[in-house]
Design a protein around this ligand. Structure first.
Ligand SMILES: C[S@@+](CC[C@H](N)C(=O)[O-])C[C@H]1O[C@@H](n2cnc3c(N)ncnc32)[C@H](O)[C@@H]1O
Length: 226
């Protein structure tokens, strides 16, 4: 049994299933994306934990977010979650270097829900380039919500760019912030672990945000821009 785990993993602690069962309220579309990803894609462990997506949706509604950055699309589960939580004039910019899983699993489902589909802009290419383009186009301070969930080696870079793009009162969610618990186990220091741990330290020292590092899903570092 693992105490740092996404609820859909078989080895996750029953307490995680309990918390998830009571609070996660997926729509029909969200449920379909989750199930199709788990049943059909070899890399399904990358899927955003439903309990993390629910928390993000709650934040989006709490702060009235209308512009979200989704860094790491995969099958589109997180992008669909943010779009679901937003009003009809909301916008999700979802970034990935590959659209293979999105095209085979997420897109055919999302296309059946035009109210969700029209809110999401799926952008192909390295996320750092997309974020730099936004900054160069005067988008700093104009975004409400960021979800960081792509390649771990760029986590600190993504965080720094998201802080710049976010408005005051905006929320950043850094996923996989506990990386299966490896951040506190010296013998598991892979490059990804080291960079995630470094990013956590950086966020904790960053005076431009308040933060909360919580054990939900694979660990989630929340940062609230001052
Ligand atoms: C953990 S998955 C994202 C999961 C998704 N957010 C969800 O909730 O289901 C990570 C994704 O990041 C993408 N990725 C890897 N390197 C990237 C990069 N440099 N820029 C953008 N996306 C990248 C991968 O192709 C992969 O689809």
């Amino acid at each position: 049994v693992s105490t740092v785990s996404k609820s859909f993993r078989q080895h996750s602690d029953p307490i995680i299933s309990y918390c998830t069962r009571l609070t996660v309220k997926p729509t029909e579309l969200e449920e379909k994306i989750t199930n199709d990803t788990i049943n059909n894609d070899n890399w399904f462990v990358m899927l955003g934990a439903p309990e993390v997506l629910q928390l993000g949706k709650n934040f989006i509604q709490l702060i009235g977010a209308k512009k979200a950055l989704d860094i790491g699309t995969y099958t589109g589960a997180s992008a669909a979650a943010w779009a679901t939580a937003m009003p009809s004039d909301g916008k999700v910019l979802s970034m990935d270097v590959s659209h293979a899983s999105l095209d085979s699993i997420g897109k055919p489902l999302i296309n059946q829900y035009s109210d969700i589909e029209k809110k999401i802009d799926f952008r192909l290419g390295p996320a750092l380039e997309t974020l730099d383009n936004l900054i160069n186009n005067g988008e700093s301070g104009k975004w409400d919500f960021c979800f960081i969930d792509a390649d771990k080696v760029n986590y600190k870079n993504y965080y720094i760019k998201c802080v710049q793009l976010l408005r005051s009162g905006g929320v950043i969610m850094v996923d996989n912030a506990l990386w299966g618990g490896s951040v506190v186990r010296d013998q598991w220091q892979s490059l990804d672990t080291r960079i995630i741990a470094e990013t956590n330290e950086y966020i904790s020292q960053d005076n431009s945000t308040n933060s909360a590092l919580i054990n939900v899903g694979d660990g989630l570092h929340l940062a609230f821009k001052k």
